[in-house]
Design a protein around this ligand. Sequence first.
Ligand SMILES: [Ca+2]
Ligand SMILES: [Ca+2]
Ligand SMILES: [Ca+2]
Length: 448
Amino acid sequence: MPFFQGTALAACLTAACTISPLGNVPAGTAALTGIRATDTAQITAAARPASGTALPVSSFRAADAGPGISALSSGDNYAQYQWGLKNNGDLRMVEIRDRFAYGGSAYTPTENGPHVGLPIPNEPGNYEVLTTDAVAGIDINIAPAWDLYDGSDTNRDVIVAVIDTGVDIVHPDLKNSIWTNGGEIPGDGIDNDGNGYVDDYFGWDFFYNDPSVFSGGSSEDTHGTHVAGTIAAGRGNGGMAGITGSEHVKIMTLKALGTSQGVGTPEDVIAAIRYAEANGASICNLSFCSNAYTQELADTIRDSSMLFVVAAGNGDANGIGYSIDTTPTYPASLPFDNIITVSNLMFDGNLDTSSNYGALSADIAAPGTYIVSTIPGGYGFLSGTSMAAPMVTGAAALLYSYRPDFTVLDVKDALLQSARKLDTLTGRVSTGGMLDVGAAFGWQKAAQ
Ligand SMILES: [Ca+2]
Ligand SMILES: [Ca+2]
Ligand SMILES: [Ca+2]
C-alpha cells in the first residue's frame, strides 16, 4: 500500500528545535535557542507531520546545567536534563519565531518537482523572540514512586510493546531492557515457535517484513529508540534514566513505521498489535496518528486486552494544536476504555502550543517538549506528544509491575484519578491534570 497523506500513520513529532547554547546566560540556566522548522521562513510540506532531527546532548555546554536531578538518579549523568522527571525551574527556552510564517497549504509545494513561491522576507526585524521559563514542580513526581518500587520485592515482570519505528536494541542504555522471544532461536532461518514469523527473536519489523528491528546507521529508528528510552532505559548505569529501569520491564520492539518520515500503514499496526498481545505484552505505546479512520484498527484496539497509551498529535500544518474532539485524529480520539490519550505539557505548566487537546478525547498531559532520551548510538532531545505518551507508558508499566493485584484498567484509573490538576489544563484534557506518578502509587482502588 502506498503511503500518502491522509492514510499514512505518521510519527507524532514536532520538528525539534535547533539548539545551541547562548553565550551570555546566567550560570545555572540552560539556554535553549530554538528555531522550529514550522516557524522558519521557508515553504515546506509541513502538512505532513515532520519527523524531527534529534539533537545531541553534547550541544549543551556542561556549564549550562539544567534541572539538576543528579541526586534523583545519581548514576545517570544526563538525568540533569530530564526536567520531566524533576523540574527545579532552572530551564529556559528561547524560540525565534518568524512573524511572516505562512499559513495554510497555498504555498505548499507539490510532492514532486519544482514549485513557485513568494519572495521570503529575511530580515532580523521579521523575527520575534519567545522566551519560556520553567516552573519548579512541573514534573511527573517520580521520586516517591521510585522509593516505593525499589523497596518492593514483589514487582512483577511486564512487557511493553513499542509499535513505532525500530529501536536501537544494542544501545548501552537499552540493551538490558529489550524483550526477547524465548521460543525463538535467532538467525537459524526457522520459525521455531511456529507463530508465523521466522527468527522473531527481538520482535518483528512489520514495515520491511523481516526480523531486524533496527536499521543501524540511518536516523530512521531515532523516534522509536527515543520512545523506548523514556520508558525503560537503565537507571543508575550512565546516560539517562528511564522511568521503569531495566529490571522488570522489557520493551517489545515492533517496527511498523519506516522511512525518514516515520510512516506506515494501518495493516502493519494491526499485525503488530496482534503480535504484541499474542506474545505477552500488557501495555502498548502508540506515538503516532492519522486523520484517517480505519475500522479494523479501531476494532483491533477495542478488542485487545492491552492498555494503549496514545499520542494526541502535534497540531495542524502550522504546528498549532487543535481539539481532537471536534477534529478527530486516530487512534487518539477513539473512545475506548483501554486507551489513555496524552497531550504535551511544557515545563511552564502550559500545554505546548503544538499539542492537540480535547476534554473528551485527551485524558492527561505529560512532559513532551525538550525531552532527552536514547537515540541510535547516543542521546538526544526530541519534542512532541510522541515524547509525552511514553512518559505515561513508563508510569503505567512501573505501577503495573509494582501492583501485581492491579489490572491494566486499574492502572489507567490510578493514573487518571491521581492526575495533578492544573488550571491551564481545565477543559483541555478530561482529567484537567498532568501525570503524577508519586500520587498514582498512593492511589487506592475503590472497594467493589
Ligand atoms: Ca517465530
Ligand atoms: Ca528461528
Ligand atoms: Ca541510564
